[in-house]
Design a protein around this ligand. Structure first.
Ligand code: NAP
Length: 348
């Protein structure tokens, strides 16, 4: 694989830190690494691959000196830096929801729709951390027997909301143990010893934006623009790892053994399914690994063509940092760097 110069905007964040660890693990072939964050982090020193890097501001000049800019900061930061980075000749791989539904932006999970990368125009988005494991499971099953409807309920960890929410769960738990009162701050409700069906803002339909992201993104990635999908997204007091209860209705009846076999053979999926021995996916098992864990595979007794299953996946790895790095690896393999095409201006 050829080498490339890389910037990470958001290097001090929950995803950014995992990103740097995975870049080391996978020996991502960067020839230069620039780390950016907000003003409060400028000057901090981060050790990557045994080398110290100083956190610096994200500037147009910096973007002109890199080939790939990973932006994993916030929607606002992506809106500000994305177009500038492209204009400066960098290929942007963006973790936020800002560009995901833009028809000019490939939204990619490499195991599912890597070919969509070929049409990129400077920005490539990764999906929401709940969408990614869902499409990884649906893709191989849909290939065998078309998916007609999906109902999914998520159990999302606090790290999905970022470092502040992680600190909030830990602080609230400690304060409650000390018999003190707690107040919600970064999250909309108390999260310690609680859960709530409220991730992102509510829309007029009664669904949240997070739930509608799962609908739109799943349809886009699977190229199934009319797929009926209903989601309920729930925040749970787990540090890392999102889980999902998934109910899938297929065109024809589907045998449980077939689902198990197809998923066992799918790259990036590990079937963990022996309820008799209390073996099923859990966030504590998914944390720190790349695979999406799938289990509790069973007939949905409420529908002749239905299958129910349960999954857990590390939202910081496959749900964000790992997926972004895999996209970059594919971009390099396919020779799709922007500088090889030419710097362009980003028009929305
Ligand atoms: N967490 C997940 O599971 C997950 C999954 C998929 C996608 N994402 C997306 O990934 C992004 C980062 O999420 P996170 O969970 O890592 O959040 P986080 O823990 O809050 O970290 C945010 C990072 O971005 C930096 N940052 C914020 N605004 C910036 C700006 N204007 N300029 C430069 N740096 C800026 C912060 O720097 P300081 O440290 O200096 O504040 C920090 O490094 C978000 O867009 C999120 O939607 C997250």
């Amino acid at each position: 694989m050829e080498g490339c110069r890389v910037a990470v905007v958001g290097a001090t964040g929950a995803v950014g830190k995992v990103f740097l660890r995975i870049a080391e693990e996978r020996k991502f072939p960067y020839t230069a690494l620039r780390l950016c964050a907000t003003e409060r982090s400028w000057g901090k020193r981060l050790l990557v691959n045994g080398q110290e890097h100083i956190v610096e501001p994200a500037t147009p000049e910096l973007f002109s000196q890199v080939d790939i800019a990973f932006i994993s900061a916030s929607g606002k930061a992506s809106r500000e830096y994305g177009p500038i980075a492209v204009q400066q000749g960098a290929l942007v791989i963006d973790d936020s929801s800002t560009f995901r539904m833009d028809p000019n932006v490939p939204l990619v999970v490499p195991e599912v729709n890597a070919d969509d990368l070929d049409g990129h125009q400077g920005i490539i988005s990764i999906p929401n951390c709940s969408t990614t494991p869902l499409v990884m499971v649906l893709k191989p099953l849909n290939h065998l027997n078309p998916v007609r409807r999906v109902v999914v309920d998520t159990y999302q960890s606090v790290s999905g909301k970022g470092s502040k929410a992680v600190a909030e769960l830990l602080d609230q738990t400690r304060l409650l143990h000390e018999g003190r009162t707690v107040a919600a701050n970064d999250l909309p409700q108390r999260i310690a010893y609680n859960l709530f069906p409220h991730i992102d803002n509510f829309e007029d339909t009664g669904y949240t934006k997070e739930e509608m992201k799962m609908v739109g993104e799943t349809r886009k990635i699977l190229h199934l623009p009319d797929l009926p999908l209903s989601a309920t997204c729930v925040r749970v007091p787990v540090l890392v790892g999102h889980s999902e209860a998934v109910h899938v209705e297929f065109e024809r009846p589907m045998a449980v053994a077939t689902v198990r076999e197809v998923l066992s053979e799918s790259i990036g999926i590990r079937v963990v399914d022996n309820p008799a021995s209390a073996l099923y996916p859990m966030p504590i098992e998914a944390e720190g690994i790349d695979d999406v864990l799938v289990g509790r595979i069973r007939k949905d007794l409420s529908h002749p063509n239905g299958i129910a299953l349960w999954l857990s996946s590390d939202n910081l790895r496959k749900g964000a940092a790992l997926n972004a790095i895999q996209i970059a690896e594919d971009v390099l393999k396919r020779g799709l760097l922007l500088r090889q095409r030419k710097a362009q201006s980003w028009r929305r």
